[in-house]
Design a protein around this ligand. Structure first.
Ligand code: ADP
Ligand code: MG
Length: 384
């Protein structure tokens, strides 16, 4: 028996009926565009949250995580209400609440989680947790949910039960990415294309640099940015900032009085344009040339969207100075991770330069690993 299965048995007194896994993600380009109905381009990481699950014949949901100290948390399925839970257990409980709200009848369940997705690192451990839960509950209850369903329900759980007003990027990445591809996604209607992304074949590497910092104001600032973007769309009288064509950006900016809102609009419209640029370059087989687009994206997040921080800027500046083709922060901002595109033979030099720069500033050493585009959510065999 796998250790996860043995632990499940020990915790709940019954063997798991199966195991499901959902990955974290890095976003290649398209940051803070998802709640503006715009474009994103994530890839699933080889890091996963795995859940073992078994049904119960009462209507209790019991959840336990290897990764968060504390006891098993229990909820009656019929008494779930938003914001009732402060802890990590709000994510799986929220998914059960959303599924039931959508009309699905759920049996009670015991869920045991193990993850190697870094938490709070801008790599979507929360979405991995939600999507793994949604897929396990879908299979246990015969719901047949599609990747779109899994993502939509998971996003709703995070928005309405946990209280984090995120867009759908993270959940769609975890639910719908495929190995060897980046996902080119239109967040307005979830139409998408899997774009082959094999950096090794190009003699390149895409690195993730986890700064291991998370600044305290991150969640409040996220909600504030979202509100500012909505104010921008209202000022421009469009449903969402995605509806401002890049060619009309200057005219649009001239119509926005507030200088802060103007900067937010500029970021979103130019970022959607950068997604289109990256797609065109990848389609043309010019992977190397996406580097400067990534770096331009970072400058926009730093200067116009104002969500970078000293540690992220240091990664980008140091990596680029040491010969990287381009770099940018990825994820929500104010800490978390950056991605760095390098020639394969420059991987070590660039990594060492970043690590040395962090040491010189007496920052916590960064964690650096390769972003290999991996599978989205799926049932896995035991041992997981
Ligand atoms: P990110 O999604 O970028 O990792 P978030 O702040 O959105 O950061 O989500 C992190 C939260 O998700 C954690 O604080 C915890 O509540 C929950 N979480 C993620 N992974 C796990 C896990 N393996 N076990 C329990 N909770 C987890
Ligand atoms: Mg998250």
């Amino acid at each position: 028996m796998s250790t996860a299965a043995a632990r499940h048995q020990e915790l709940f007194g019954t063997a798991p009926e199966g195991a499901w896994a959902a990955p974290g993600r890095a976003n290649l380009i398209g940051e803070h565009t998802d709640y503006n109905d715009g474009f994103v381009m994530p890839l699933a990481l080889p890091h996963n949250t795995t859940v073992t699950a078994s049904r119960r014949d009462d209507r209790m949901l019991r959840v336990h995580s290897r990764d968060i100290p504390g006891p098993t948390v229990e909820f009656p399925l019929d008494e779930l209400t938003p914001h009732m839970v402060e802890s990590w257990a709000a994510y799986p409980a929220g998914v059960a609440w959303v599924l039931q709200g959508a009309g699905h009848r759920l049996d009670g369940a015991d869920l045991y989680f193990e993850s190697n997705v870094p938490t709070g690192a801008g790599l979507s451990s929360s979405a991995a947790l939600e999507v793994a839960t949604a897929l396990a509950l879908s299979d246990l209850n015969g719901l047949g949910l599609t990747p779109d369903d899994l993502a939509r329900h998971s996003q709703r759980a995070e928005n309405d039960f946990v209280g984090m007003p995120c867009g759908i990027l993270d959940q769609m990445a975890s639910a719908a990415c495929t190995a060897g591809h980046v996902l080119y996604l239109d967040t307005r209607d979830l139409s998408r294309r899997q774009i082959p992304f094999d950096m090794a074949a190009e003699g390149l590497r895409l690195l993730v640099v986890d700064t291991q910092v998370k600044h305290a104001h991150a969640d409040g600032a996220y909600a504030q940015r979202r509100a500012e973007c909505e104010a921008g769309a209202a000022a421009l009288d469009v449903p969402a900032l995605r509806d401002i064509p890049h060619a009309e950006l200057d005219a649009a900016l001239a119509r926005v009085e507030d200088p802060v809102i103007r900067r937010r609009v500029k970021h979103v419209v130019t970022e959607d344009h950068r997604v289109e640029q990256v797609i065109a370059l990848l389609d043309a087989g010019r992977a190397r040339d996406i580097g400067p687009v990534l770096t331009a994206g970072h400058a926009s997040l730093r200067d116009d969207f104002e969500i970078s921080c000293a540690e992220l800027d240091l990664v980008v500046d140091t990596a680029n100075a040491a010969g990287a083709l381009g770099s940018r922060m990825t994820g929500g901002g104010f800490g978390g991770s950056a991605i760095v595109l390098v020639e394969a033979d420059a991987t070590e030099t660039v990594g060492k330069a970043v690590t040395a720069a962090f040491a010189a500033e007496e920052y916590v050493p960064p964690r650096i690993f390769e972003a290999i585009p991996s599978a989205g959510a799926r049932r896995v065999s035991l041992p997981a």
